[in-house]
Design a protein around this ligand. Sequence first.
Ligand code: NAD
Length: 477
Amino acid sequence: MTQMIIEGKSTDAASGREIDVVCPSDGQVFTTIPRGAAQDVDRAVKAARAALKGEWGALPAFERGRLLMKLSQKILAHHDELAEIEARDTGKPLTTARTDVTVLARYFEFYGGGADKVHGQTLPFLNGYSVQVVREPLGVTAHILPWNYPAQMFGRSVAPALAMGNAIVVKPAEDACLSVIRVAELALEVGFPAGALNIVTGLGEEAGAALARHPGINFISFTGSNEVGVMVQQAAALNAVKCTLELGGKSAHVVFEDADFERAAAAICRGIVQNTGQTCTAGSRVLVQKSAQDRFMKVLVAEFSKKTAGTPDMDLDCGPLINKTQFERVNGYVETGRKEGLSVVVEGQVADGVPPGGYFVRPMIFSAPRHESRLLTEEIFGPVLVTVPFETEAEAIELANATHYGLMAAVWSENGGRQQRVARAMEAGQVYINSFGAGGGVELPFGGVKRSGHGREKGFIAMEEMSTVKTIIHYHG
Ligand code: NAD
């Protein structure tokens, strides 16, 4: 049994209830987490408020920064342990889990360094006045996280909030949250005051909903599905608090006839298979210029056919999907693709010897004759790629923007003018040119447009999102 953390202490749910934690590689229960609910959320929010009024709220910015840096070092000192926890909980290959833990540490390092570098302004105003604009914490911030990258999402959402001096309550995903709890324990060990960082585990509709509508919070950072994001925004509106929504994606690669095919194919295959396609930025559509389709598809197929799913210990290209629901959802889309008459271009492998109860699927590429399939507009969240041809640059732009999502996009071409024109025309929060980093770049502002959400995380901009400005107007004559 793993406990959650409220007011600096490991604790069970007030109800005493628990949730089974299932290993995605074999479908077996291997531990439990507390099934926190409204009462536990209320305790955590009150503990956070008290921390703001106490030791945590009194710390100067550079000391907050030092604590974040210390946590970064502590995470690195526990690198193997955290990677093993993450791999078991999510099913991802050990190498991927190790990368995730490295990125988690990097978030605390980056924002630890940033804590004392957020400066205010002085403004010219009427004679006899001095005006200061100062940045202040929002107060108690709520962070609702998904299961696909628990460690990374924790660092991304929480580190800038702590750097700005907020006290926080995290509701990690019920399907994978063990690394988050362990990091919160390490935070206490390095000296974070009780109540500065609280973790309430539980179901989304119970603990998550209770946190989103709690009148004691001042901000919500939500990462997850579009459906739940909309509910969270409605809950935030009830208390008139700001929220950032990091939601789904259906990101497009646009491959022109003059692209470096080897480079493009390697990045495209890596991006869709990474984390078994359960990545919001998994470039899941490939638009290929018709004049180069045959040549490019040969390179893509050769690269993709090697991709293999296995257990974390096998450490292959990807692991199983997270749970039975996700397994059925991805297989459902594959079925839809076949029924719609899309052709299967190539399938990857599932390694011999994976346990029978695991949620493994074969990575797959479909090809569509035109941009008209549910597989081209809906987020599958599995290792399923769909390719579709285009003729002209204008058509490529139109098709790339032809979904409700707008998270990321990539342009593959050697023509400088075209790279800029297409990148500028993409409806997306991030655009890569001749490269693709699904989820990468702690320093790089990140977030969506359209139904992929709003607000920005990562980079310095996240510290602005997670703080507010106060204007002080001083008349001195
Ligand atoms: P989800 O929306 O089902 O759950 C996300 C979190 O919300 C979980 O902690 C869950 O318990 C909680 N939740 C569920 N119902 C709730 C409710 N009624 N009120 C408050 N909280 C509730 O999403 P998921 O299945 O965990 O994650 C997959 C989705 O997340 C995908 O759509 C993916 O694209 C998206 N995602 C986006 C980003 C990004 O940065 N844009 C990153 C990772 C994942």
